[in-house]
Ligand binder design. Structure first.
Ligand code: 13P
Length: 347
């Protein structure tokens, strides 16, 4: 930390610690316009600005949500939106003690030369410093950047070029964020696509995180002022035999202990297509194991930064009908409660 020279250093540390407060987690409500269109389409709701606003207002105003939510990640459009009564989303969240966050990446793009493998890196580094400074002015205090990697048909993990492109982009993004006062959420997501077993997932996750932390270090990123958002170590989506919840949880904690410095305050997982129940059960099992098993202690908060695993039941309950607003909020709260308790290993 001694070599880190941002005027924001103390604020970054305080924000990162608050985001990783035990018992709380992050709501990832930063779906791009295209992605939220798929979610709305699944409940028969048209992808209009008004419907996107209504959904986000419903989520952000849910009674009791602040007890389990430390931060909300928003898409750029949402950061500029307001509740029906005119209060901006940023002010609403601030008044509830929830940090407003912003997705700053511009989505994935295929790496030239890797078209056949379909491997991608993430766009958005050009002009990022100015955009981050502007988001800080608008009230955001943390940011998200998602790199997408794959295990591959041979189970070998991403190619060397894909790995270095993504690790470098994540580290440059993180350094820029810290310079401008935003806590970076570093998200290298290894998709679950494939038939691979849980050991392959563990090996590839370890390799990817190792490369990412090496680059973060090279770029002088302050570990105390960032959050890691990884995938959990699980069997591939099409694996024939699936690891138990306990086994996947143990292998995830083993993997993280090998590569994530204890100075990082929080590891807030993505849900990556897991069911709501599985995402909660894995999180709880990790926290129980790390508390009770010698050699599996967790020096960081292990919690959630879920999108789908916090919103699926809420969306299904809402279906775009204002009369269902309370039922949808109740569904969100139920997931937030369960995951908050899972982050303490108390389920
Ligand atoms: P999921 O929890 O639905 O994977 O979304 C988290 C996220 O922010 C993906 O970038």
């Amino acid at each position: 930390m001694s070599h880190f020279v941002s005027p924001h250093a103390a604020e970054l540390v305080a924000t990162a610690r608050a985001l990783a407060a035990p018992g709380k987690g992050i709501l990832a409500a930063d779906e791009s316009t295209g992605t939220i269109g798929k979610r709305l389409g699944s409940i028969g709701v048209e992808n209009t600005q008004a419907n996107r606003q209504a959904l986000r207002e419903l989520l952000f105003t849910a009674p009791g949500f602040d007890a389990r939510c430390s931060g909300v990640i928003m898409f750029e459009e949402t950061l500029g939106q307001s509740c029906a009564d005119g209060v901006s989303f940023v002010h609403l969240l601030q008044s509830r003690g929830i940090f407003p966050g912003i997705k700053v990446d511009k989505g994935v793009t295929v790496i030239p030369g890797l078209e056949q493998r379909g491997e991608t890196t993430t766009a958005g580094l050009d002009g990022l410093e100015l955009r981050c400074a502007d988001f800080y002015e608008k009230g955001a205090r943390f940011a998200k950047w998602r790199g997408v990697l794959t295990v591959g048909a041979d189970g070998a993990g991403p190619s060397a070029l894909c790995l270095s492109e993504n690790a470098d982009a994540l580290a440059r993004y993180a350094a820029i964020c810290q310079k401008t006062g935003l806590v970076p959420i570093v998200e290298p997501e290894i998709l679950t696509d494939g038939h691979h077993g849980v050991s392959v997932s563990q090996r590839v996750t370890e390799k990817v995180l190792h490369a990412v932390f090496r680059k973060l270090h090279e770029h002088g990123v302050m570990m105390e002022g960032m959050i890691l958002k990884p995938n959990m170590v699980t069997s591939g989506a099409d694996a024939k035999s699936r690891a138990s919840i306990e086994n996947a949880a143990r292998m995830t904690v083993e993997c993280l202990r090998r590569v994530v410095p204890p100075a990082v305050p929080g590891i807030l997982f993505l849900s990556g297509g897991q069911s709501e129940a599985d995402a909660t059960a894995h999180l709880n099992a990790m926290n129980v194991l790390s508390r009770t098993t010698p050699g599996l202690g967790a020096p960081w908060t292990l919690s959630f930064s879920y999108g789908r695993a916090l919103q699926a039941s809420a969306l299904a309950a809402w279906r775009g009908d204002p009369a269902n607003k309370e039922a949808a909020q109740k569904a969100l709260l139920e997931r937030a409660e369960a995951n908050g308790r899972a982050s303490l290993g108390e389920l």
